[in-house]
Design a protein around this ligand. Structure first.
Ligand code: DAH
Length: 337
């Protein structure tokens, strides 16, 4: 008995198994090869006649033969019993298809998309600017004098002596006016950063959209008309609004715009601090001092500007009460939009 004999037996067995087309044929093969008196079982008897040096290797060969042939036999048996192979699953055409999960736009992206399309409809173009800003653009050119207390209105992340993570998108107004001559009508969305304690109402990073319109004879009435039109398209027609005097260094006069509190419909509740109103944005007429920084003739041109927090207006629209939830990426939240 040699190794080649073992291989021949294995090949014969495999060929016979492949050719077997019924369980009864298979049973005959089992008896011929694997039963107590089968060819393979009998081979083990020959171990007795083999020298003790060769015995371990030959024993191993026989064991492999037996386990491989048994496995071939079992596989074929189950194929004949069930009519299936691992590659040949029966097709069930009534099963539902596999859905491909596509994901969806984040609620902030959706909100920004809506804001952009409303302002585009009103004739505004969309601009971009850097998130790492110089002190000049973030403060100085916006009429925040050095050491002026107005700088404390916005808690700033300083980067070295001259740079800051921009605290608002308003500096992009300066960048646009430096490059272009009136008339300009632009909005500028983007990320902003504030070094504030994190809470349900404030986060260290959020998003704003600023807007500016400069031309000859731009009036406060136009500012109101544009913002009311925006608010009605964004929040719905039935809404009431008001403008309150306020202060920003880069606008004069300045105002804040409120809409009716959507929770109590103006009766007064915790969310609106019992005023019946919710602030949605800041705005005003561009301060002539700002025009000086960009070499616009303030005798010739006037302009209005406004700025709003995207999280804030989305929170008001959808009744979201914690700003942190926008950045947690919890699918239970994201899937609601
Ligand atoms: N930059 C202001 C802020 O972050 C918001 C703002 C107010 C922007 C009035 C403007 C504006 O362009 O005219 O609080």
């Amino acid at each position: 008995m040699q190794q080649s004999d073992v291989e021949r037996i294995r090949n014969d067995f495999e060929q016979a198994i492949n050719e077997a087309s019924s369980l009864s044929e298979l049973e005959l093969l089992r008896i011929k090869y694997l039963s107590r008196n089968g060819i393979i079982t009998k081979l083990f008897d020959e171990l007795k006649t083999i020298s003790s040096e060769e015995k371990p290797a030959f024993g191993k060969l026989l064991n492999t033969l037996r386990s491989e042939t048994t496995e071939l036999f079992n596989t074929k048996k189950s194929v004949l019993e069930t009519g299936k192979t691992s590659e040949n699953h029966e097709l069930d055409l009534t099963l539902p298809g596999k859905t491909v999960k596509l994901g969806s736009k984040h609620i902030l992206s959706q909100t920004l998309f809506e804001i952009k399309s409303i302002f585009k409809g009103l004739g505004f173009s969309v601009y971009d600017g850097p998130e790492l800003e110089s002190d000049y653009y973030n403060f100085e050119a916006l009429n925040f004098p050095p050491d002026h207390p107005a700088r404390d209105m916005q808690d700033t992340f300083f980067v070295g002596e001259q740079f800051v993570l921009r605290t608002h998108t308003t500096p992009v107004q300066i960048r646009i006016m430096e490059k272009e001559q009136p008339p300009i009508r632009a909005i500028m969305p983007g990320r902003v950063y504030r070094n504030e304690a994190i809470s349900s109402r404030s986060y260290c990073m959020f998003h704003q959209v600023d807007g500016i319109y400069v031309d000859t004879d731009v009036s406060f009435a136009e500012l109101k008309g544009t913002l009311v039109s925006f608010a009605k398209q964004f929040y719905g027609d039935g809404l009431k609004y008001r403008f309150r005097p306020s202060f920003f260094p880069f606008t004069e006069p300045s105002a804040e715009m409120d809409i009716t509190c959507y929770i109590c419909m103006g009766k007064g509740c915790r969310v609106c601090k019992h005023s019946g109103w919710l602030e949605i944005l800041g705005c005003g007429m561009v301060d002539p001092n700002v025009f000086k920084y960009v070499n616009y003739d303030s005798e010739k041109y006037t302009g209005y500007a406004f700025g709003m927090g995207i999280e804030r207006i989305a929170m008001l629209k959808y009744g979201i009460d914690d700003i942190r939830i926008f950045f947690e990426n919890d699918l239970r939240f994201l899937k609601q939009f």
